[in-house]
Design a protein around this ligand. Structure first.
Ligand code: PMP
Length: 399
């Protein structure tokens, strides 16, 4: 049975169970949840975030003695045959999921997506090259500010004046002729805006995307990009590993001052094992990739994500303004759903009551306030249904 689908709407988390006088069928479901989920909450965190329950359980079952090796993954050499099999399988499964062409390298790195804000210009540009940035939220802005140190960064579009609620059309873009790359943040985790179609760059300008918060949430045509990068800790694993997918011909041209740990050539030549990699995080990502494949791959995952997001956005739109989502409808994120209510006090009450029902981490990012429900791949539909039920009940009590 797939564990992640066993949260039932009728089943409150452990703390709330005790008070509920449940009818028989609910009791049975509660028992099932206890068995499958124990005291786990419904976690709407933006990252680190919910992981598939069956993956956590698999890791738990293998933790003490990984597949008869007599060691945990955390204790074994990163150069031993056991770990090599783990990292190779993780890469093979990721290639399978995203249909990554042969002429792209997959690197498992450290330092978070933030390190890539500097590594990308250092590897792709000379200090005289221009890199264009479309800034659709805080992460794109951070990427631009960091890149400026290593090349000529240029913002070609920013949504700041509209509080990052939209994404430009191709016609609104004035990409610099000769720019080395155009950087986008495919999904702005804080503001909840997500590209549905990617911009075309023209000429030889590469498209570079930060996919940290929607990585593996839907199919992507990798061949459109020069480079894709993602911190793992939202959709595919624990914090500690950052994935870079980079076209092979772009490797080997790093600026001379590039720190060795940021040079893609070093990591590519050493198959991500130049130094000690984040072994456990890579292992966990590998389990998640296997789980995504067993669910039918990214087409199937996207369908589920669309359904979950529709449930939530429909509830917001049907609330007649009680809940408001600031993002333009055509670019609303499938992963991070921000919404607001009439007053911060009401939002605080909503979050408090949700928490009492086991729905946690719903507070919007400290820079924007409001509410944000992150509904990554591993969030079961029933978790979103519970949130929607709370929204409806809360509204009924406050109008
Ligand atoms: N880009 C995006 C879209 C993010 O959501 C985040 C983290 N929230 C980052 C970059 C930074 O990632 P890290 O903390 O792994 O450096």
């Amino acid at each position: 049975m797939r564990v992640c689908c066993t949260i039932a709407k009728e089943v409150p988390p452990a703390a709330a169970h005790k008070a509920a006088a449940a009818p028989q069928f609910e009791e049975q479901q509660q028992q099932e949840q206890e068995q499958e989920y124990g005291s786990r909450v419904i976690n709407f965190a933006a990252g680190p975030a919910i992981l598939p329950a069956n993956v956590i359980k698999k890791a738990q079952s293998e933790l003490y003695n990984w597949r008869g090796s007599g060691m945990s993954i955390m204790e074994m050499s990163h150069r031993g045959k056991e770990f090599l099999s783990v990292i190779q399988q993780a890469e093979a499964d990721l290639r399978d999921l995203l249909k990554i062409p042969e002429n792209y390298e997959v690197l498992f790195l450290q330092g978070g997506a933030t390190t890539q804000f500097s590594a990308i210009p250092l590897n792709l540009c000379t200090s005289d090259d221009t890199a264009d940035f479309i800034v659709t939220g805080s992460w794109g802005d951070k990427a631009f500010k960091e890149a400026q140190k290593y090349c000529k960064g240029k913002v070609v579009w920013t949504g700041k004046a509209e509080k990052y609620s939209s994404i430009p059309n191709q016609s609104e873009l004035n990409v610099t002729v000769g720019a080395k790359y155009l950087h986008i943040c495919a999904n702005e985790t804080i503001h909840g805006v997500e590209y549905k179609d990617y911009p075309s760059t023209g000429n030889d300008t590469l498209l570079v995307a930060d996919m940290s918060s929607n990585f593996c949430s839907k199919p992507v045509d990798v061949s459109k990009f020069g480079l894709i990068y993602a911190g793992a800790q939202k959709n595919i694993g624990p914090a500690g590993v950052t994935i870079v997918i980079v076209r092979k011909d772009l490797i080997g041209k790093a600026q001379p001052s590039t720190p060795i740990m940021m040079d893609y050539k070093i990591h590519s030549e050493n198959r991500s094992l130049y130094n000690t990699p984040p072994c456990f995080a890579i292992y966990m990502c590998g389990l998640v990739f296997g789980d995504l494949l067993s669910q039918g791959g990214l087409e199937a995952i996207e369908r589920k994500n669309v359904e979950k997001a529709e449930l939530l956005y429909d509830a917001i739109d049907a609330s007649e303004g009680f809940y408001k989502c600031p993002v333009e409808k055509n670019v609303r994120s499938l992963m991070n759903v921000p919404f607001t209510m009439a007053t911060p006090e009401m939002e605080a009450q909503f979050i408090k009551e949700a928490s009492a029902q086991g729905m946690v981490q719903l507070k919007g990012h400290r820079s924007v306030g409001g509410i944000r429900a992150s509904i990554y791949n591993a969030m079961p539909r029933a978790g979103v249904e519970r949130l929607v039920a709370h929204m409806k009940a809360f509204q009924a009590r406050h109008i």
